[in-house]
Design a binder for this molecule. Sequence first.
Ligand code: D41
Length: 668
Amino acid sequence: MSTPIAVQKRAEELRSQLEFHNYRYYILDDPEISDAGYDRLLRELQDLEAQYPELVSSDSPTQRVGATPLPSFGEVRHAVRMLSLENAFSDEELREFDRRVRDRLGTEQVDYAGEPKLDGLAVSLFYRGGTLVQAATRGDGVTGEDVTLNVRTIKSVPLRLSGGDLPDELEVRGEVYISHDGFRSLNEKALAAGEKPFVNPRNAAAGSLRQLNPRITAQRPLDIYCYGVGKRVGGKTATTHSGILDQLRDWRLRVYPGIRRLEGIQGCLDYFSEMAGKRDSLPFDIDGVVFKVDRLDQQAALGTIARAPRWAIARKFPAEEEQTRVTDIDVQVGRTGALTPVARLEPVFVGGVTVTNATLHNEDEVHRKDVRPGDTVIVRRAGDVIPEIVRVIPGKGVRAEPFRMPESCPVCGSAVVRAEGQAVSRCTGGLYCQAQRKEAIKHFAARRAMDIEGLGSSLVDQLVDRELVHDVADLYALTVEQLADLERMAEKSAENLIAALGKSKSTTLARFLYALGIREVGEATAQSLSQSFGTLDKLMSADRALLEAVPDVGPVVASSIVAFFAEPHNREVIAKLREREVHWPDVEVAKELPLAGKTFVLTGTLETMKRDELKARLQGLGARVSGSVSIKTDYVVAGEKPGSKYDRAKELGIEILDEKACLALLGE
Ligand code: D41
């Protein structure tokens, strides 16, 4: 049975439409039809081909993914040798290249084409009569591997060329790569499937292209940019490299849009700076820029030495990844007490600078990468990002012990704790630790804490830097003379500050607790604690269970409080504060909290505080705060623009308090 002419025609029509839409989507990145529209066309063609199998041709869009895995790759001898590129690692080396080119050509200025150097794999695509018939890796330049079935699965590789002046035979060269997005999603999938992730996009591209099963390759986000032509028979030849690239584009091959003609060496230097600036924002890895003499007659005159053309050079960026050795792992303490492990490295030039340290972020990160002193590691520094250890290179011989977070702070010796479920380890000596001094003092002096007027941030910096103050208690030993000596401090303001310090000594337990800067203890919690314990000594000797009985205090807050007061350094500073007459009245602890048994509902926007804050304070006094109004509700607190809860309260005849009335209830 022969295929009806009308069917043959329709199949041909569908193929060119599909090729065209593929081109719009994958090459121009500007689709004309929806994915569903594309699928409809594809399905129609698949149906026709199923009905009339003799219609199927190898360049049909239905035939991208081959069915059967190969036993191994065949060898391909390149019709024209695939040359390699010489490298220039500095502007000076690039200038020397240009000088050599001009000397040989005997001209004053040579024009170049500049293009990014993609960090992927070089391949050659062989088209006969406009149809892709073979694809090969570069291999050693003379012979490569036959990866035709795999390359056919790359959507941006046309199975059929289109356009005018098509050569009878055309060997296109290009770079197969995986974009950053593609790499990320590929590795997410690998991790989800419990497989080992790829170390970088280049390795992922190489691994994907060298799959014996093209069905696997078809699922990899491979892409291509074409940068040149090898063998060519027939068709009209361009006279410049940029002209060739224009032809490739016309034939629907994918060519990088930012390739430019450059005038002389200055053009090259400018283009290099431009691309260096763009490097981090490009959606794929590049490791440099390639410059090629643009005129083909000049290329021919220059010729080739050894394995590289005299008319092209790669100006390489500094590598973003290098190998070095970890000499030690130190632990740094941040100004809020967070401990950060830092790898000390044998100096290595990477990403354009010499790197001697790399952060390891936290304990889990060190263990995940299993970095130990003495290890050889890959260090990465991309753009302005801080250097990182990518991975350890397994070595021979005995390794150091696995890293362990110190149990005491390397700065002040206080105990180190790591809260449950958190990645950070922290020094608990918040009041004492030199690393946290400035932050602790600034917080202590804040308006809502001890309210020391005039003790601002820069003044604290000066006091600490000049070693006049080591901890918050030292503030109360300062003299007018000492203060008047500081920058931007007159006698009068020094006197004012001393007066403010004096005034701040008389405070409340809640303020004092908040001022200590205990982690997780904000104003509302400090209130709650003060109400529940009444005295500092009772609070300091409370255990976790007792603390957790306080409204608004959960296990994390309780542990943080226990750890803070367990640290002798903190207790010393507190004792010193009391010796220097910081005092507060004891708080009367109601047998039963004043609002115990009362249920509140909050609605609308409050003027003086956040709803959560009011909620915490009400809870501190024993109240229950509910989200909905019912007959069990005792009070509804209504702020600005109250919602339906307000109407409901009115309906049920429940007492409605405005903000002021509520604060009065809180004793303010
Ligand atoms: O982007 C690239 N990786 C790239 C590689 C490029 N843009 N141009 C290239 N040009 C050549 C010559 C000049 C030799 C035709 C290349 C390569 N070669 C190349 N890729 C791998 C080895 C050589």
